[in-house]
Design a protein around this ligand. Structure first.
Ligand code: 6PG
Length: 248
């Protein structure tokens, strides 16, 4: 599958961003495929999108029986902890829609430790994919959703930490988070995140403008290392958008 250059799409505000993300996701889910795999993200940026997926006119357009929901990362806390990414997505949409329970593939944060959870999630992904090697021509995911951390992290791959350079493992334990909440994490690695037809970053608010400018200028940060076997789109609101002259 050919790589296309990353695309920057600027929308007026967070509400427009949620709508644009929902439309893009639905367009993918309208393709003639037997099943779909979507990697969800944590943080506040996807909340509007998640709410829309549970409400009309979006809810009835999602082929719930055929979509499998995964996570790009999670905090190593129980799902009923307010910091849990899986718990947040459940509360905002998955518990409110006809998604079959077997299609929800949360990171097992009830494992003995983050490394165990990573190994077990890696095995689950490999069973779903049907191989233990990712082939560029056959991406694991249809859509990978990501947010952008204020320090340039994506998923739970933090700047300067060794997990950013991991190329063999599909999923890793992250003993120390580089940003709040400071709980251990479990994260997909860059090659696993890249195994997608569509990578969609959701970025909102003035607080993200500076870091987004650095990332789009190619600074040495995890977010700037993200790549996709298919398309890569930065969907950002006007507050977060860099002034054009700031981007190299
Ligand atoms: C997590 C996330 C993380 C998030 C960014 C952006 O578990 O914390 O998956 O990578 O996407 O930190 O978070 P906000 O959207 O809250 O700014």
């Amino acid at each position: 599958m050919p790589k296309t250059p990353p695309k920057l799409t600027i929308v007026p505000d967070a509400a427009a961003l949620a709508q644009a993300a929902a439309k893009r996701l639905l367009a993918r889910l309208a393709e003639p495929r037997e099943r779909f795999a979507v990697a969800l993200t944590g943080g506040s940026s996807p909340e509007g999108l998640y709410r829309l997926l549970a409400s009309e006119p979006y809810r009835s357009q999602v082929p719930w029986q055929r979509v499998h929901w995964f996570w790009g990362d999670d905090r190593f806390v129980p799902q009923d902890d307010p910091r849990s990414n899986a718990g947040a997505a459940r509360r905002l949409f998955l518990d409110r829609v006809p998604a079959p329970p077997e299609n929800i593939h949360a990171i097992p944060t009830d494992a003995a430790n983050p490394d165990e959870a990573a190994r077990s999630y890696e095995a689950e992904l490999q069973v779903f994919y049907g191989a233990d090697r990712l082939e560029p021509a056959r991406p694991l995911y249809d859509v990978v959703l990501l947010g952008l951390g204020g320090d340039g992290h994506i998923a739970s791959l933090f700047p300067g930490q060794p997990q950013v350079d991991e190329t063999k493992r599909w999923v890793v334990g992250v003993p120390r988070a580089g940003m709040e909440p400071y709980v251990p994490r479990v994260s997909l690695t860059l090659p696993t995140l890249a195994s997608t037809r569509d990578m969609l970053f959701l970025v909102t608010g003035k607080g993200k403008r500076e870091i987004l400018t650095r990332v789009l200028s190619g600074a040495d940060l995890p977010a700037a290392c993200a790549h996709s076997q298919g398309e890569l789109v930065w969907l950002v609101d006007r507050d977060a958008a860099p002034a054009r002259r700031d981007v190299a």
